[in-house]
Design a protein around this ligand. Structure first.
Ligand code: EPU
Length: 428
């Protein structure tokens, strides 16, 4: 089993380049299936596990996938021959559900395994199903597989009961080639929603309003291949911003869209961190103490839930008591036990955490309980006194491209080691 061994206490200094956005890539790559000629997708975070699983699914269903360079993929979807995504591949990641929308748009049917992914409570897909049904599809769930089919997909008005990124993107995928007009109301507004719409429009789709809460999609007959560059990863950038602040560092974070980072920047400034914005980079410097602040996660443009564990970690190093409220997921504080092992003082009651600043953390054996929780304990480990061993780092590597290399280039002391599991002697 691989672990990170982190020697903490140093400052992060220098420059780091952010990769393409994971949560955009996992929708854009399946969307290629809708084209009738090859696509070239640039700025793909190709070395993260979620992207390799999507590439394997694409290959498995008949697409040809070629790496043109480290972050550029050429995908030819012309010979995709089946609307069935095998359970063995799909179950490993939540975002495999984007194959439902994309295959439905292409074949009018899709059979995909129920999704896996990070575990922070019940993760229903009822709104995806509601959307597909509104377009005229019938949906059944059997033996862990979702089966969706329609004679013809016809545009309709869809009002989501809550703001959902996944259902907004999935219905966009299914609706781009449906007959007539689809109107999605109460749509999610995340940067990756806009990115997917821009990509589909570059293939010839007619989508308006992405980035607002009403998205209008007029169905088109065909979509052609295009060349498209994925936006930079908002959460990866935010994670490095917090890491710089936690380690009293001075880091220039390159390949970012500062507008996407505004809610994170605002909180860091409130905590006493210096943030300077440039056209496509952002510099984070911390010289003085950190101050308490309250954070509530919300759909975009609110503070992102995917930055909640990282900012909570930073608040443990601040003066005073802060309150963090999770407004998106039911159980996203499972990592708090790991931070407590490092000396954090955090009380959790349901979706609220009360963080009493402790000034400093100490190294301890911990584990990554999910992707962003893993990033949080890694930040804690870099800021802590002494050594921290982080287990289950596959969670982290599922979504952060070469994070250990990038952080080491900023001066972090992180070693990836393969350690045999210790056998616990059985008491008789
Ligand atoms: N929800 C429903 N029914 C649905 C869909 C969602 O009740 O049919 C609820 C969820 O249970 C949740 C809320 O609506 O309480 C929002 O869920 P959403 O659909 O927006 O989440 P998602 O699409 O499953 C994506 C990201 C997550 C990120 C959330 C919120 C991907 C692959 N995942 O998940 O990212 O937390 O949006 O922004 O895009 C991560 O990257 O670490 C990650 C977990």
């Amino acid at each position: 089993m691989e672990k990170y061994v982190v020697h903490g206490g140093g400052q992060l200094k220098g420059e780091v380049t952010v990769s393409g956005a994971k949560n955009a890539a996992v929708a854009i790559l399946p969307a290629v299936i809708l084209a009738d000629s090859p696509c070239i997708i640039e700025n793909v975070p190709t070395s993260i596990r979620d992207v390799s699983i999507i590439s394997r699914i694409l290959t498995e269903i008949g697409a040809s996938v070629k790496m043109l360079d480290k972050s550029t993929m050429e995908i030819d979807p012309r010979f995709v021959r089946t609307p069935v995504v095998p359970y063995e591949l799909a179950r490993h990641m939540r975002a495999s559900y984007y194959f439902i929308g994309a295959l439905l748009g292409r074949f009018n049917c899709a059979t995909v395994s129920m999704p896996g992914g990070c575990d922070f409570g019940v993760r229903p897909i009822d709104q995806h199903i509601k959307g597909f049904e509104a377009l005229g599809a019938s949906v059944s769930l059997e033996h862990g597989m979702i089966d969706v089919s329609a004679k013809t997909l016809v545009g309709n008005q869809i009002y989501f009961d809550m703001v959902t990124v996944g259902a907004t993107m999935n219905v966009m995928l299914a609706a781009v080639k449906a007959k007539g007009l689809t109107v999605i109301e109460n749509a999610a507004k995340e940067p990756h929603i806009v990115d997917l719409a821009n990509f589909l429009n570059s293939m010839g789709a007619d989508i308006m309003g992405a980035g607002t809460d009403v998205i209008k999609i007029r169905g088109v007959e065909r979509l052609k291949g295009s060349t498209y560059s994925i936006i930079p990863d908002q959460i990866e950038a935010g994670t490095y911003m917090v890491a710089a602040a936690a380690t009293r560092g001075d880091v220039l974070i390159k390949n970012v869209i500062p507008k996407h980072l505004e809610s994170i920047t605002a909180k860091l400034i409130k905590m006493g961190v210096d943030v300077e914005e440039y056209d496509d980079s952002i510099r984070v410097t911390r010289n003085g103490p950190l101050f308490k602040t309250n954070v509530k996660t919300m759909p975009h443009p609110g503070f992102p839930t995917d930055m909640q564990p990282q900012i909570t970690t930073l608040l443990t190093l601040a003066q005073g008591t802060s309150i963090v409220t999770e407004g998106v997921w039911d159980h996203r504080f499972r990592y708090v036990d790991e931070l407590r092992r490092m000396g954090a003082n955090i009380q959790v009651d349901g979706k609220v955490a009360v963080v009493e600043g402790v000034g400093s953390l100490t190294g301890a054996p911990v584990k990554a309980t999910d992707l962003r929780a893993g990033a949080a304990v890694l930040i804690a480990a870099m800021a802590a006194d002494g050594d921290t061993e982080i287990e289950d780092i596959y969670h982290i590597e599922r979504g952060y491209e070469e994070i250990d290399r990038k952080l080491c280039e900023l001066g972090a002391e992180i070693k990836k080691v393969v350690k045999p599991d210790v056998e616990i002697a059985k008491a008789i």
